[in-house]
Design a protein around this ligand. Sequence first.
Ligand SMILES: [Cu+2]
Length: 611
Amino acid sequence: MSNLKNYSRRRFLAQSGLGLVAFAGMPGFLHAMEGMQGLHGMPKLTPNKASPNFKPDVEFNLSCESSSVSILPGQKTLVQKYSAKLIKGPENTITEIADSYLGPLINLQKGQKVRINLYNKLAEPTVTHWHGLHVPANMDGHPMYVIDPGQTLVYEFEVLNRAGMNIYHPHPHEATAKQVYNGLAGALFVHDDEEAALGLPSGDYEIPIVIQDRLFDEQNQLIYARNMHDRMTGFYGDRILVNGRPNFQIDVDSRAYRLRVLNGSTARIYKLGWDDGTPLTVIGVDGGLLEQPQVKPYVMLAPGERLDLWADFSGRNEGSQLVMRSLPFSGVLPKMAARMGGMMMHANTLPVGSDYPIFTARVTKKVSDSPKLPAQLSKINWHQISATANPEKPLPIGISEGPMAMLLNGRPYKFDDIQDIERIKVNTIQLMEISHAHGGGHGKEPAPASGEHGAEKQNGGMGGMGMMGGMKHGDDDQKGGGQGMMGMGHKGGMGMMGGMKHGDGDQKGGGQGMMGMGGGMGMMMTMAHPIHLHGQQFQIVSRSASANNEADYATVRDGFIENGLKDTVLVMPGETVRIIKPFQDFKGLFMYHCHNLEHEDMGMMRDFLVE
Ligand SMILES: [Cu+2]
């Protein structure tokens, strides 16, 4: 499977021909060819330079740099952050968020030609991905395009998306989560005529809500993943930040607002709902506006997902307030982790699925006038299954997880490892099926014949995980549990829970059942994964949940929105999700991966080759 080398050469030559890649003399040219290998077997490419033939409507510099900001009272926090400087285009293209590590809000118009000069002022490689945007493969921030400290990477593309909220964030191989966690992320809005015609609340009445969780030490510095458990389940902070601020509060008039919500956490899943039971009026999701507003009791929001809310405070009294909370739910983490959480994770005081506040809206001004919610918001160009290239044979995206291997379609990420099912003809529409492939990484998958490192290391030797043998229990005993438990066993079979006592009983029963028998590691490890596909947004055709998880599923099932365009979909344990996704306009490598960023970095990522 190594047509990719040829592919790389073709792509390189094609780009050079178009002037998309300029190079400083022959040595650079040689560097760009396959002679030199970069990290992870990726080709070392000369960074794209500005093309003289590309006439941008908008141009700005975007720098990644170390900085320090005041987040908590007292000492400043060291972060990594994006900063931007507009060179050409409308003034509102770049809007800073005051006192935040988050990158500035970027506002683009559909049809604009955009040039972005990315400066790497960090001490490590990075590259930026425009999550949600439909751009050429070589403008998409694939990890093969990372640039070293001091280098500049030029992006040039036309905005083809409909109006919507997107995300920009780093995508370097095995370092995405840490860079995002350190602060490198921002919201990118696309606007278009369809949206403008609606007269939705804007300006002071349109508020970005970027939700993230972080863990701080006593010196107000960020703590990141400390052990394998943190990576396996994803890393969870114990403090919720909105737009980079703790205890976030907005002062509102008694009228309608548009809240543009983004889950920018690396792993945490939220179940958003107002504290007084007021339902959420959803007007849009990842890929922009819905056709009609939809009222939901709550909405599940996984990392990478976006939500456009119509929040109407009309009729509320001055001084009243409404709190957006994450409401209780269960079933997204492995039962083992949920049960052992206290012990393994230094007692995170904010368990996933518990009930906690996210931000407060306080009515500070009574007004009599408010815009009306439009009954019709947009028109979506839906595709029928019959219009797909493969109505009978959906392309699989099989999720498998384990302590040492996070896989998609049975394989960890590896460059130039395109499988047949990952080759997609350009300008086709594909039916795809995302499901849990139990047992992946635990011996059921055939080991790769090639014996090449990467995959071999991940797949081999997973047979027995004597993980928990002889483990002590008790919530006081927090230290120490972490290390020991993940030790890869000798062929210990499934001795996992051997010798374990169940104790506190505060975690709700589920534990024992799952650990029990037979299900083995596959069952025990199974958890929810937000699966993100680069490129064009997709539509959700169906979800089918496994009968095993009914009680858990009942706590989340009303929180999914299926009648909008998505690029990230939360796949619950036991759930199978069918989607229809177009692959139009651009050939090349487009990633698909788990947007639990710790999982992504552990290898739960693959490439599609559109050709
Ligand atoms: Cu995942």
